[in-house]
Design a protein around this ligand. Structure first.
Ligand code: SAM
Ligand code: SF4
Length: 334
């Protein structure tokens, strides 16, 4: 850990931005039904940031006071050079926390090296413990491989591991207790996420598939004692401790609880677009700044500072309407 850099990214609502999520690829070895279309067309290489450009941007953000970076995608670990990129970002001055979100498919072979690269915490997506359902939700994923990845990660010595489960009514809502049981068994945390309307999906009606965090809590209360916890990871999750265990259960509820007033984050897409809000289209093209003024660190920092002025006050999700946000989650960097 290195000394903090004074925050310089403050928006119109007085919120300090000190957390950057970077999507390092839009590609993925899975095709989760809520995240991508089955016949997803991925971006051509010329349109995506090189690993060097991603590093330059990460460096600019840390120089402006960003303390935490999450690497995500797409599936970040399928991008060639991902490990080396994580190693260099992990050494940036001022960065206090490097974390990763992954579908777990590559963790069996990469967990040890990722931990050594300085990744502190890992979020692993796991929506079901049923192999057939897993295949149906991810279209191409293999549950056994992901379970091996989770076990490799728990053995590798990360500070914390969290499972992320997107819960859809009548698809996996019946499994919330089993998923928590599995998290307890593995000694990891788990967060339940309400589906967000990003991109058009064909397989289910998002309004019908909505299963609220309150319903999940009520289901869990039948099997576990949930103790309110003050724990926070600086994000929108509200945490509960499962009595008698180290496991915390978090709820990310964009529909039932609005968490925008404490938002401290921005997202960088692999196209180099800085998204100021997950649920709005406001963005700034940082790739253009990088490519028109190569090596001009001051111009890049100025563009980032100015971008804070268009960070919206709150997201505009409405699960009952057609999505206003047409980009998919794999483009956004969930
Ligand atoms: N491929 C990695 C993974 O699956 O963890 C990282 C990228 S993925 C886009 C990040 C997270 O976003 C995953 O936990 C995934 O379940 C979640 N996600 C994808 N589409 C979503 C949606 N429409 N609503 C809510 N969460 C979504
Ligand atoms: Fe891939 Fe993650 Fe999207 Fe699933 S949620 S398709 S694993 S990027």
């Amino acid at each position: 850990m290195t000394a903090a850099v004074a925050p310089q990214l403050i928006d119109r609502f007085g919120r300090t931005v000190d957390y950057l999520r970077i999507s390092i690829t839009d590609r993925c070895d899975f095709r989760c039904v809520y995240c991508m279309a089955e016949d997803m067309v991925f971006l051509p290489r010329a349109q995506i940031l090189s690993l060097e450009e991603i590093y330059t941007l990460a460096q600019a953000f840390t120089e402006l006071g960003v303390k935490k970076i999450r690497i995500t995608g797409g599936e970040p670990l399928v991008r060639k050079g991902a490990l080396e990129l994580l190693q260099s970002i992990g050494r940036l001055h001022g960065l206090q926390e490097l974390v990763l979100t992954t579908n777990g498919s590559q963790l069996e072979s990469m967990a040890v090296a990722l931990q050594a690269a300085g990744v502190k915490r890992v979020n692993i997506s796991l929506d079901t413990l049923d192999a057939d359902k897993f295949k149906a939700i991810t279209r191409t994923g293999d549950l056994a491989q992901v379970i091996k990845g989770i076990k490799a990660a728990t053995a590798a010595g990360f500070e914390r591991i969290k499972l992320n489960a997107v819960i859809l009514k009548n698809r996996n809502h019946q499994e919330v207790c089993d998923l928590v049981g599995f998290a307890v068994e593995q000694g990891v945390d788990i967060s339940f996420i309400e589906e967000m309307p990003l991109g058009v999906v064909a397989q289910h009606n998002r309004s019908d598939a909505y299963y609220s965090s309150d319903s999940i809590k009520a289901d869990l209360a039948q099997a576990f004692a949930l103790l309110p916890s003050t724990a926070t990871t600086g994000g929108p999750s509200k945490y509960f401790q499962i009595a008698g265990t180290d496991t915390r259960v978090g709820f990310i509820s964009p529909h039932s609880t609005n968490f925008c007033s404490t938002c401290n984050r921005v997202r960088l897409t692999v196209e180099g677009r800085l998204l100021l809000c997950l649920g709005n289209e406001h963005s700034v093209d940082l790739k253009q700044v990088l490519r028109t003024s190569p090596g001009d660190g001051a111009a890049l920092q100025q563009a980032i500072i100015e971008a804070m002025q268009i960070k919206p006050e709150k997201h505009e999700f409405n699960i009952h309407e057609q999505p206003v946000i047409l980009r998919y989650m794999n483009m956004t960097g969930g």
